[in-house]
Design a protein around this ligand. Structure first.
Ligand code: HEC
Length: 120
């Protein structure tokens, strides 16, 4: 029991320098602001195809179309507001929780995409 604990502590001390040096390396490569990290085609469209169909895509065609880069870009503030409302709110999207609400990490993808200047 004791031996295991000592071993674990020794291991963490051994590996700690590696962890910190990797983090530094990433920061130097300015990873955080890498353009193209999040794009409409690669990230936003698949999320919306999973959660905002059929209502905002041509299959249904009655609601406002949000099926193109331009449409999403022009409505991004409204989209961001609605997906972050409490699910019971009448403006909440996906409408009447017909689809699973977007998780915090998916909402984060939309926010980061906005911060990156909404790359296509
Ligand atoms: C089950 C159908 C349905 C789904 C799924 C759905 N919506 Fe909607 N959406 C509606 C309806 C109905 C309205 C109009 C009522 C309203 O404005 O609240 C609407 C309105 C909107 C509007 C306002 C459009 C305008 O007229 O200005 C936005 C923005 C929006 N939805 C975004 C989304 C997003 C983003 C998703 C996916 C995360 C989504 N919706 C999923 C049915 C849906």
């Amino acid at each position: 029991m004791k031996f295991r604990l000592v071993f674990a502590i020794l291991l963490s001390i051994l590996f700690l320098p590696f962890c910190t040096s990797t983090k530094k390396g990433q920061a130097n490569a300015h990873d955080s602001a890498k353009p193209g990290a999040i794009s409409y085609q690669k990230d936003i469209l698949p999320i919306m195809q999973a959660r905002c169909t059929p209502c905002h895509f041509p299959e249904q065609g009655k609601k406002k179309m949000l099926d193109t880069y331009g449409a999403v870009k022009n409505n991004l503030d409204d989209i961001l507001t609605r997906i972050q409302l409490p699910p019971g709110d009448e403006k909440f999207m996906p409408f009447k929780s017909k689809k699973e609400p977007l998780s915090d990490s998916l909402v984060m993808v939309f926010k980061q995409w906005k911060n990156l200047g909404m790359p296509e």
